[in-house]
Write a protein that binds this ligand. Structure first.
Ligand SMILES: [Fe+2]
Ligand SMILES: [Fe+2]
Length: 309
């Protein structure tokens, strides 16, 4: 009879299992998707219920074509945000965790996991770029662009970082990446599970989401090892940056939505959008991944309540 005691340490280590299976499970190792083959011009590019500007006064007067352009622009915006999170927040944090000065788990398996994650995330940027390229061409939206600094989560990270340097700044960067990696699966699921939208958009988002379930484990493990090596003041800074990051990830991206609305000729202001968002109940959210993370870090679940506010 085999008991838990007989199982070698490496088999019990989730990170070992993940890194060993990497070549078989991730998007970058699969054949590229035939994007044009999964594009149906008759279907909307994005679910209407996820587009706040379509719920503002005046939107009911838009014709079908204008609504369609707003949905296509929303899809382009969604990918621009995803790519900005990968490039601005997650990739720099992965590279940081490979540096000797960061006291994080750094055995061969951990280093493998970080390099694999870097390759995945960079491939996700390419997936976003390619999918959006098809949308720009097929929907005649070649000029629609979003700068990486327009997103609330990037702005939130920059605000917390301001005035910090050295290791304190590294802690903030890594805590924000952990917030992003804890949240991105839910963000992608909203589209990966949407019915009646462009198959190309649903499939490409679902491919990305599948990779993220592995990353959640990598980040919990590595950030957990970092957190346990911090002193009390550094731990507090990490927790505060994590809470700010989780809130910033959920905050409405006001300027990008104004740009999206303009693609369908709908003129709105950020104030109007902010008021609308404030009048709505806070959407329910799955706090399961966050609770798992807090357990791994040994942080009290009270932090979940702070994030809800
Ligand atoms: Fe990703
Ligand atoms: Fe990721």
């Amino acid at each position: 009879m085999t008991t838990a005691r007989d199982v070698p340490e490496y088999e019990r280590d989730l990170l070992t299992q993940l890194t060993l299976r990497w070549g078989k499970r991730v998007a970058v190792k699969k054949d590229e998707l035939d994007l044009d083959g999964h594009f149906d011009a008759a279907l909307p590019d994005f679910p209407e219920h996820l587009v706040p500007v379509l719920h503002l006064p005046g939107a009911d007067r838009l014709d079908r074509e204008a609504r369609g352009r707003i949905l296509s622009a929303a899809w382009i915006s969604y990918n621009a945000k995803t790519a900005a999170v990968e490039d601005e927040i997650i990739l720099p944090a992965c590279r940081l965790m490979l540096q000797d000065r960061i006291p994080v788990r750094r055995d061969d398996i951990a280093v493998d996991a970080l390099h694999q994650t870097i390759i995945d995330e960079h491939y996700h940027i390419l997936m976003c770029h390619n999918a959006v390229g098809v949308t720009r061409r097929r929907r005649d939206l070649a000029d629609l662009r979003f700068a990486p600094g327009v997103w609330s989560v990037v702005q939130g990270r920059d605000a917390v970082r301001a005035g910090l340097s050295g290791f304190d700044r590294d802690i903030v960067d890594i805590a924000f990446s952990l917030a992003a990696e804890t949240t991105i699966s839910g963000f992608l699921s909203a589209l990966a599970t949407a019915q009646d939208i462009q198959p190309m958009n649903r499939i490409t988002t679902d491919l990305h989401r599948r990779d993220e379930s592995g990353h959640a484990v990598v980040f919990r493990e590595l950030c957990g090892s970092l957190y346990r090596n911090l002193d009390a003041a550094q731990r507090r800074m990490f927790r505060e940056a994590l809470v700010t990051g989780l809130a910033a990830f959920r905050a409405a991206d006001l300027d990008p939505w104004v740009t999206v609305a303009a693609q369908g000729g709908l003129e709105i202001g950020t104030g109007e959008l902010r008021e609308w968002a404030a009048s709505r109940p806070v959407p329910a959210r799955d706090t399961g991944p966050l609770r798992l993370l807090l357990d791994d870090l040994g942080i009290d679940h009270g932090l979940v309540e702070m994030v809800r506010r």
